[in-house]
Design a protein around this ligand. Structure first.
Ligand code: NAP
Length: 480
C-alpha cells in the first residue's frame, strides 16, 4: 500500500484509518496519493494545539516570524517545478499555470515575511492634557482557514502567510479534492522551523472537519473561500458564536466590450478570462457584454481562437486547457450547457465532452451567443469553461447589464475611450475593475475581494490583509 500523507497536529504527523485517494483529473488511473482524513476528535486536537501554541507565537519577535515565512517562500520557489507539477496533477490546470501558481504562493510568503516587520501602530494627541493615545494591532488567536479546490497553493498561501506573520496560530482545512499542495506547504513550514502547533493541517470533508472548525469555541476567526452556499452557512454560524469572519465566494464577472475596443485586446482578454484554468476561477469572465457594432466580429474572432485551443492532459506540452476538476463539476458544467440551450442561447462553439489518450474530465470550452441577462446562464455561477455573450446597444446599457447581478467580484471593460474607461471604473459595482484586461489575474500585493454577494468582511492580500488578521487596541496613558 502507498504511504498515507498524514495530518499535521501539534507538530506531529498523525494518520488516521480513513483516507481519501487524490486522483488526477487528466488521467483517472493516476493516483496522486492517499491522504489521511481527520475526524472531529483530531480536528479538536489540532485546535487545542493551536490554542496552546498561540501565546508563545504571538510573543515571538517579528524578525523570527519573518525569517520563517521567508524560508518557506524560498523553499516553494526552489521546488516550484516539482510542486507545480503536483498541483497540475491534482487540480488539472496546465503545467505552466501550476508552476505559476506555486511561484505566486512563494511570492506571497515573501511579501508577508516583510509585512511581519512592517506592522505598525499610531499615536494620536489626546483631547485631554497629559494623555497619550496609542493605537496598536494584536493577533486574534486561533484562525480557522477553509479553502476551495481551484487554487490549491495560492489561496492557502494568501491565508496562512498573513495569519502567521501577524502572530496568529492556524488550523487549516484544504478542499478534500486537492490536499497535496497544502500538505506540501505544511511540510515546508515544518522544515522552515515553525514551532509545533503554530500551523496545523487537518484534511477531510467539509461536513466533518469544516464543521468541527466552525463550531469550535476555541477558534477566534474564520477565513473562508468557496461557494456562496457554504460561505453563507459558515458566516451565519460564525456570527452566532461571535467569531470574526471573512468570506470570499463566487462571481458572475462581466467583461464589457465596446465598439471602440481593440478587437485583438478584447478577444485576448475574453479568451484568457473566460477559459484559462478551465474557467474555474472565481474571477472568470463568464458574461461577455458586447455592444452591437463590434458584436459579430468579436463573437467570430473569439470562436476562431477557441477552436484553436488544445484541450488535453494538463502535463502535456502545448496543452492550453486542462480537464475539469471532477466528475461532479463536469456534470454541473454540462447541466448549465443544457440549461443555456433550453433557455434559447445559441451554442457558437464547444460544450462537448471530449475523449483523450487518458481517461479524464475533458470538456471543450463553450461559448453561447444570443443570451439575455435574465437567463440562468447569466445569473448563476457555472465555474467551468463556459461563457455567454449578451448583446447591448451602447455603453449605458452595457454598464447597466454588467451591474445587474447579485455578485460583485471583478468587472472588466475593453475600450479605447478614456471617458468610458474612467466612467466604468467609477461605476462598476465590483471589488476589482479591469480595463483592457481579463477579469481574472491579480497582483499578490494588491487587495483582493468583492462586494454584493461575492464577499463579506475585510479584503485579502497585500497590506490590507492586516484588517482581518489583527485586532486594534487603543490605549490611553496619563503620564501625569
Ligand atoms: P465549496 O464547496 O463551498 O467548498 C469550499 C470549502 O468549504 C471546502 O474546503 C469544503 O470542503 C468546505 N466546506 C464544505 N462544506 C462545509 C461545511 N459545512 N462547513 C465547513 N466547511 C465546509 O467551494 P468549492 O467547490 O471548493 O470552490 C468553488 C467555489 O469557490 C466557487 O464558487 C468559486 O467562485 C469560489 N471561489 C472564490 C474565490 C474568491 O476569492 N472569491 C476564490 C476561489 C474560489 P470539501 O473539501 O468537503 O469540499
Amino acid at each position: 500500500m502507498a504511504d498515507v500523507y498524514a495530518n499535521l497536529i501539534g507538530g506531529e504527523w498523525v494518520t488516521s484509518t480513513a483516507v481519501s485517494r487524490n486522483v488526477n483529473p487528466s488521467d483517472l488511473s493516476d493516483v496522486v496519493g492517499e491522504y489521511a482524513q481527520a475526524d472531529a476528535a483530531q480536528t479538536a486536537a489540532a485546535i487545542d494545539a493551536a490554542a496552546s501554541a498561540f501565546p508563545a507565537w504571538a510573543a515571538t519577535s517579528p524578525q523570527r516570524r519573518s525569517d520563517i515565512l521567508d524560508a518557506a517562500g524560498s523553499a516553494l520557489l526552489a521546488r516550484k517545478d516539482e510542486l507545480g507539477r503536483l498541483l497540475s496533477r491534482e487540480e488539472g490546470k496546465t503545467l505552466p499555470e501550476g508552476i505559476g501558481e506555486v511561484t505566486r504562493a512563494a511570492q506571497i510568503f515573501k511579501y508577508f515575511a516583510g509585512e511581519a516587520l512592517r506592522l505598525s501602530g499610531e499615536r494620536l494627541d489626546s483631547t485631554r492634557p497629559g494623555v497619550d493615545v496609542e493605537i496598536t494591532r494584536e493577533p486574534l488567536g486561533v484562525i480557522g482557514l477553509i479553502t476551495p479546490w481551484n487554487f490549491p497553493s495560492a489561496i492557502p498561501a494568501w491565508k496562512i502567510a498573513p495569519a502567521l506573520a501577524y502572530g496568529n496560530t492556524v488550523v487549516m482545512k484544504p478542499a478534500d479534492a486537492v490536499p497535496a499542495s497544502s500538505w506540501a506547504i505544511a511540510e515546508i513550514l515544518v522544515q522552515a522551523g515553525l514551532p509545533a502547533g503554530v500551523f496545523n493541517l487537518v484534511m477531510g470533508r467539509g461536513s466533518v472537519v469544516g464543521e468541527a472548525i466552525v463550531s469550535s469555541p476555541k477558534i477566534n476567526a474564520i477565513s473562508f473561500t468557496g461557494s456562496v452556499a457554504t460561505g453563507r452557512r459558515i458566516g451565519a454560524r460564525a456570527f452566532e458564536s461571535g467569531k470574526k469572519f471573512q468570506l470570499e465566494m463566487g462571481g458572475k464577472n462581466p467583461l464589457v466590450v465596446l465598439d471602440d475596443a481593440d478587437l485583438t485586446v478584447a478577444v485576448g482578454a475574453a479568451l484568457n478570462g473566460a477559459f484559462f484554468s478551465t474557467g474555474q476561477r472565481c474571477t472568470a469572465s463568464s458574461r461577455l457584454v458586447v455592444t452591437a457594432g463590434i458584436h459579430d466580429r468579436f463573437v467570430a474572432a473569439l470562436a476562431e481562437k477557441m477552436a484553436a485551443l488544445k484541450v488535453d492532459h494538463a502535463l502535456k506540452p502545448g496543452t492550453d486547457i486542462g480537464p475539469v476538476v471532477s466528475q461532479d463539476q463536469l456534470e454541473q458544467d454540462l447541466r448549465y450547457i443544457a440549461i443555456a440551450k433550453d433557455e434559447g442561447g445559441r451554442l457558437v462553439t464547444g460544450g462537448e465532452r471530449l475523449t483523450r489518450e487518458t481517461e479524464g474530465y475533458y470538456l471543450s470550452p463553450a461559448l453561447f451567443a444570443d443570451t439575455t441577462n435574465d437567463m440562468r446562464i447569466n445569473r448563476e455561477e457555472v465555474f467551468g469553461p463556459v461563457a455567454s455573450v449578451v448583446r447591448v446597444r451602447d455603453y449605458d446599457e452595457a454598464l447597466a447589464v454588467a451591474n445587474d447581478t447579485e455578485f460583485g467580484l471583478s468587472s472588466g471593460i475593453c475600450t479605447t475611450s478614456l471617458k468610458h474607461a474612467t466612467h466604468y471604473k467609477r461605476h462598476a459595482q465590483a471589488g476589482m475593475v479591469m480595463v483592457n484586461l481579463p477579469t481574472a489575474g491579480v497582483d499578490p500585493h494588491a487587495p483582493f475581494g468583492g462586494r454584493k454577494g461575492s464577499s463579506y468582511g475585510a479584503r485579502e492580500q497585500g497590506a490590507y490583509a492586516r484588517e482581518f488578521y489583527t485586532t486594534i487596541k487603543t490605549a490611553y496613558v496619563f503620564g501625569g
